[in-house]
Structure formats: structure tokens, C-alpha cells
Design a protein around this ligand. Structure first.
Ligand code: ASP
Length: 424
């Protein structure tokens, strides 16, 4: 039997893992500890496997990517374009989030008495500290601790240095090229376990967040999901089409795998190996651009998180009966844009940064307690949108630099159509 041809595509396998996770999670609602103790470990092991390749993958592929770009001015140009796109889309995300939250009146009709709310907010890092922290003083420490922005800066500096020493730098670059390639291979192998991993991640989420927990927050959840969908339609689709000159359908086909992966893992950093693979092999983004834009995006570009922070700020204000003025809502746009930059690409960090947004407009930080219980439900959608935003940016920057390999995209589409035909 020809198993190669018959094998289901990975996103379908992941979807099956997801669906099983939902079903088993619903069945285990009365005993969530079974899900936590026996099923969650599979998800944790899977996530750990993915995480273990992130630092070597990002560092080595960015280092090699910088050397391939071969020109400091070009790196600066790419950096600027990336940054402008990130900031532009994040502020639009906030506007969409706030408009949807205002229209839906998210906090109206919320019934939990405010006196019951108690929440120890963890302190959000200050923006200036985040900025200063970008430059590492001890690069090995940054690598050991997985400080993504510092790793990016060090890779850029070392890559430029290796280029400057000419032939002497070549063996080092070859070495890291070998590591990067090996990491891609390992990613592919680990991804074979994704359906089990996703099952292990989803089951405890559903078992712990049953419908009865979700109901009172349904309006806020609906607002975040709706605003995220609108952001995709109003921002990513047109910018990919107009600025990246890519067929929107092709883009979403290529981005679907990473989207789904981010949705189930709630970690943009964890999704990096998957999105880098998809950007290169499905969207045709060159390796240097993908290895620059995507790790940077996974660290600082968080449109979904921005939407969530905007909606939740308004939600909390309404529940406390505080009327936010237009200028306060503008402050939310500003602080949440900064907060989303400072948000780490790991589960739950967007909620911690929400504290900064609430403080910025003088809202009670304890309000976070209202949304904390179901954070995972918010986290799944915001992370998946964060990742799609990074991919959109990589396509646009690659196109503008003439580094988009269009034959890859078309061939992928053709191959997919063919495979579909064969399975019929
Ligand atoms: N989990 C999100 C991410 O990794 C960050 C957040 O919590 O908003 O992109």
C-alpha cells in the first residue's frame, strides 16, 4: 500500500487532535484533575520538544541569514520596513478591538459582584526597561535564558562581524548553517507528534474551562474573537494582496498550519519553527527574511494581544461602571501598543501586560481577575493572530526586497490540488 499518498496532511491531523481534545475535555469536566495529571503531560512534553529547538534555530538561522544579506544598509531597510508594518498593524488592531468592544457593549450585564474580585497583579515590566534590555551584556546568558530580543541583537552583531572578517568567518558560518539545517529537520520530525501534543494541550483547557465558566464572559470572548477575525479580513488580507502582491487564498493556505499550531499552543515563540518552515516552503519567503522577520515578530509583534488588551480594558471599565473618554481610549491605543511589544511570546504573558494598560488609564488592576480565569480561551485566538501577522509581514517585506520565490507558492498550491484530487 502506498502510505505516502494516503497520509493525511498535518493540519488535518492536528485538527483531529484538537477535536478529540475538545470531546475528551468535555467528558472530563467533572474531573479536570484526570486531564491535568494524565493527558496534559503529553502536551507539555511536546511543547518542550518544540521549545528545545527555538534558541539554536533562531540564533543560527538569523546569523546565516545576516551573512547572506551581505549588506548592512539592506538589513537596516528590512528592519525599518518590518518595524513600520508591526506598529501600523498593532495600532489598527487596537482601534478595531475598541470599536467592536464599544459596539457590543462588552461589560454590560456582567453579574459577578465586584467585592468578590481579588487579584494579585504581577508587576508588568516598564517599557524603558524592555528597551534597555534589548542589548545583551552577556550573550551566553541571553542564550541560556532564551531572551529572544537579546539573541536577535547578538546574532545580528556576530553575523556582521563574521562578514567583516571575510574568509576567516566562513567556517563559522558553515558551522551554524549546519546547525540551522539540522534544526529544520528536527522540527519536521517533532511535528509528526503534533496531533498527540495538541490533544494533550487541548483536553485540560476544555476540562478546566467548561461552558459554565465561559458564559458570563461570553460577550468579551465574542468581542475578542470577532475583532481578531475583522483584523484578518481588514488588515492582513488587503496588505498581503496590495503590498505583498500575493493571492490572499495562497497566503491563508500557507499560514493555516502555523495559525492552528499557535491556536493550540498559545505561544508565538513555540510556533516559530513551524512558521519559519511555512514561510519558506509554502509562502516562498527567502531564508534571510524569514529568519529576521519571524523571530522579531514572535517577540514584539502582537496584534491579537493588542486586541485582547483593548477589549478587556473596556470590559473592565464597564464592569466597574467607569466611562472611558475618547482621550482615555487613545491612551489605551498607545499603552497597549507598547505593552504588546513588551509581551513575551509565551502563554499568558499578554494578561500580565494588561496590568500596564489598566494602570496607564487609571483603571483598577484587580479587574484582571475578571478575565484571568479563562485567559487560555483568549490566549489561543490572540496568539494565532499574532503569528499570522508575523507571516503577513514576512511576505510583504520579502516582496518589497525581491526575495519572494513565487514558484514555491504556486508549486505548493498545485501539489496540494493534485493531492486532493488523488485522495478523492
Ligand atoms: N501567548 C501570546 C503569544 O505567545 C502572548 C500573550 O499572552 O498575549 O503570542
Amino acid at each position: 500500500m502506498n502510505t505516502e499518498k494516503k497520509r493525511m496532511s498535518l493540519p488535518i491531523q492536528i485538527l483531529i487532535g484538537l477535536a478529540l481534545g475538545v470531546i475528551v475535555g468535555l467528558l472530563l469536566q467533572n474531573n479536570p484533575e484526570i486531564a491535568d495529571n494524565f493527558i496534559k503531560p503529553f502536551g507539555t512534553i511536546f511543547l518542550n520538544l518544540i521549545k528545545l529547538i527555538i534558541v539554536p534555530l533562531v540564533f543560527s538561522s538569523l546569523l546565516v541569514g545576516v551573512a547572506d544579506l551581505d549588506d548592512a544598509a539592506k538589513i537596516g531597510k528590512i528592519g525599518l520596513k518590518t518595524f513600520v508594518y508591526f506598529l501600523f498593524t498593532t495600532s489598527i488592531a487596537l482601534i478595531i478591538g475598541l470599536v467592536v468592544a464599544n459596539v457590543l457593549n462588552v461589560g454590560a450585564g456582567f453579574t459577578i459582584p465586584i467585592e468578590d474580585i481579588a487579584y494579585e497583579a504581577k508587576e508588568a515590566p516598564k517599557f524603558i526597561d524592555t528597551l534597555v534590555g534589548i542589548v545583551p551584556s552577556n550573550p551566553l546568558k541571553s542564550i541560556v535564558e532564551g531572551e529572544m530580543l537579546q539573541i536577535i541583537v547578538f546574532a545580528l552583531i556576530l553575523g556582521a562581524g563574521l562578514l567583516a572578517v571575510g574568509d576567516l568567518g566562513k567556517p563559522v558560518l558553515n558551522f551554524f548553517n549546519g546547525i540551522a539545517e539540522a534544526m529544520y529537520k528536527i522540527t519536521n520530525a517533532i511535528m509528526k507528534l503534533a496531533p498527540i501534543g495538541v490533544f494533550g494541550l487541548m483536553t485540560p483547557v476544555i476540562a478546566n474551562n467548561g461552558p459554565q465558566v465561559l458564559l458570563p464572559l461570553s460577550k468579551a470572548i465574542l468581542a475578542v474573537y470577532l475583532a481578531c477575525a475583522l483584523h484578518v479580513v481588514l488588515v492582513y488580507a488587503p496588505t498581503v494582496k496590495l503590498l505583498g502582491k500575493m493571492n490572499v487564498k495562497q497566503f491563508f493556505k500557507g499560514a493555516f498550519g502555523p495559525w492552528l499550531f499557535a491556536f493550540t499552543t498559545s505561544s508565538s515563540s513555540g510556533t516559530l519553527p513551524v512558521s519559519m518552515e511555512a514561510a519558506e516552503n509554502k509562502l516562498g519567503v527567502s531564508k534571510p527574511i524569514a529568519s529576521f522577520v519571524l523571530p522579531l515578530g514572535a517577540t514584539i509583534n502582537m496584534d491579537g494581544t493588542a486586541i485582547y488588551q483593548g477589549v478587556c480594558a473596556l470590559f473592565i471599565a464597564q464592569v466597574y461602571g467607569i466611562d472611558l473618554s475618547i482621550s482615555q481610549q487613545l491612551t489605551i491605543i498607545l499603552t497597549a501598543t507598547l505593552a504588546s511589544v513588551g509581551t513575551a511570546g509565551v502563554p499568558g504573558s499578554g494578561m500580565i501586560m494588561l496590568a500596564m494598560v489598566l494602570q496607564g488609564v487609571g483603571l483598577p488592576v484587580e479587574g484582571i481577575a475578571l478575565v484571568a480565569g479563562v485567559d487560555r480561551i483568549f490566549d489561543m485566538i490572540r496568539t494565532s493572530i499574532n503569528v499570522v501577522g508575523d507571516l503577513a509581514c514576512s511576505v510583504i517585506v520579502a516582496h518589497s526586497e525581491g526575495e519572494l520565490d513565487r514558484s514555491i507558492t504556486l508549486e505548493t498550491i498545485k501539489a496540494q490540488e493534485k493531492a486532493k484530487h488523488m485522495s478523492k
